[in-house]
Design a protein around this ligand. Structure first.
Ligand code: GDP
Length: 445
């Protein structure tokens, strides 16, 4: 059943070529009738669905010349009737049109309300909605791909397949309990064991993709460490191609953790430059030093920068601190010094930008994505990982209890595993889960 009309500006609010203002609900065409004057003979009430009509959009105090399109539910994004106005992209224009819509019989949509209605009306699954928001928020090609996998219902299809296997098994157990018979029970138990194994295999297959998937979505965190003056800020600048970090000849001038991102092979790499990890009497630098230690613990890859012209004991101490991490060691300043070091993976010059491509490739290889085909399908949401882990726990428990407890008791664990799977697609998600997901959307989506 269609609900009250909601409306919002669906494009970013800024001076731009075009803005889209959208209405969804029981009667958006009635609102369009009050404020759109089409060119030509067709009246708004007779608009054909999915067809663009040009005309005047009348707001209070001004008009714009633009387009209007009507999508008839249930064949629309939300499953309800939708009207979109495509106006010019000025802030005052789109706000004025929205205001007129709101005074003509709609209320302002809340965050993600259009997509929530689409979910409620069965137009997409919960994981698809999550993929959509991932795509919108992503700043890298790999993040878009990871979101698209979810958005196009590929994960949901796999979850449904696994759930269907269990549904059959549960139905069989139910039936056996109604007509108890020893032969039947034995064959049901055998089927249950085989099915649980198949499902656990399927769940394992998905779980195994999470580490790489999470990296694809969030990017790779790289902490740049090394004693002062080895060229860490210069290297960060060279990688980012602009002067964000402070470069100075004075040891210990990088006091903040400077952050910047670059895309390597379509994947986002986030760099954190740190103050040297050495002890210091300077208060401000001490703060930087403690932040450095935090970066050390939160990085996927540590990039240790050594100065080819000034290798000493301090480098040895830092190396000891980081040698057990996922570490890449570079010797910098090859334009001036040809020093070799047994710990080095790579030789570069930040100043002359020598071998930076080699460095980028080496960083890629060191990340969780080294050797992974990123065109595959990946689990990238922690929520999905948690639900799958819980499902696996329940199925494994049931499997371990086969033969020791009755089938109807086993069925309880199996059903709980089934429910955990259903949280991913939304079949069994609670209202809290659903509200939490849509609260992360922007208004207008
Ligand atoms: P940080 O303290 O490790 O961040 O070091 P900086 O990036 O501030 O660099 C310290 C000094 O080394 C500056 O004078 C840089 O210009 C210089 N430097 C950095 N990289 C290179 C390099 O590849 N070659 C040479 N010759 N000098 C460099």
């Amino acid at each position: 059943m269609a609900e009250e009309n909601i409306a919002a500006i669906s494009t970013a609010l800024s001076a731009s070529g075009v803005a889209v203002i959208r209405i969804s609900g029981k009667s958006p065409l009635d609102i369009a009738q009050k404020m759109f004057a089409p060119v030509g003979k067709t009246k708004v009430a007779d608009f054909e669905p999915n067809k663009m009509y040009a005309g005047e959009i009348h707001a209070d105090g001004f008009s714009d010349f633009g387009l209007c399109v009507y999508f008839k539910g249930p064949k629309s994004f939300t499953g309800e009737d939708i009207v979109e106005f495509h106006s010019h992209g000025g802030v005052a224009i789109s706000r004025g049109i929205l205001k007129k819509i709101l005074s003509s019989g709609a209320r302002l949509a809340t965050n993600g309300e259009f997509t929530k209605r689409a979910f409620m009306n069965g137009k997409l699954s919960l994981s698809s909605a999550e993929g959509l928001i991932d795509m919108i928020n992503s700043e890298s090609v790999s993040g878009v791909k990871a979101g698209y996998y979810l958005y196009r219902e590929k994960l949901t299809a796999e979850i449904n397949r696994l759930q269907d296997i269990i549904t059959d098994t549960l139905a069989q157990i139910d039936c056996d309990m109604d007509f108890p018979e020893e032969d039947l029970e034995r064959s049901s138990t055998e089927k249950l064991v085989a099915d649980l194994k198949t499902v656990i295999d399927g769940v394992d297959g998905l779980l195994a993709t999470y580490r790489a998937g999470r990296t694809l979505k969030n990017g790779v965190n790289v902490g740049i460490v090394g004693k002062p003056n080895t060229g860490k800020s210069s290297l960060l600048n060279a990688l980012l191609n602009y002067d964000k970090a402070i470069v100075s000849d004075l040891a210990g001038t990088t006091r903040d953790i400077v952050e910047g991102s670059v895309e390597i092979n379509g994947v986002r790499f986030n760099f954190y430059d740190t103050a040297g990890i050495r002890e210091s009497g300077d208060k401000i630098e001490e703060i930087g030093v403690s932040m450095s230690k935090r970066v050390l613990n939160q990085s996927d890859v540590i990039l240790l920068v050594l100065d080819g012209g000034a290798l000493d004991k301090e480098d040895d101490q830092i190396y000891e601190l980081v040698k057990d991490k996922n570490l890449l060691v570079v010797v910098n300043k090859t334009d001036k010094y040809q020093t070799k070091d047994p710990r080095a993976d790579l030789y570069i010059s930040a100043l002359k930008k020598d071998n930076l491509d080699g460095l980028k490739q080496a960083l890629y290889e060191k990340s969780a994505l080294g050797g992974v085909d990123i065109n595959g399908d990946f689990l990238c949401e922690e929520r999905h990982y948690d639900a799958l882990s819980r499902a696996k726990e329940k199925f494994s428990l049931a499997l371990s209890l086969v033969g020791t407890v009755s089938l109807d008791l086993l069925a309880i664990d199996v059903k709980e595993g089934w429910d955990a799977l259903g949280e991913i697609s939304g079949k069994t998600a609670t209202e809290d889960i659903i509200n939490n997901i849509f609260s992360k959307f922007c208004v207008g989506k």
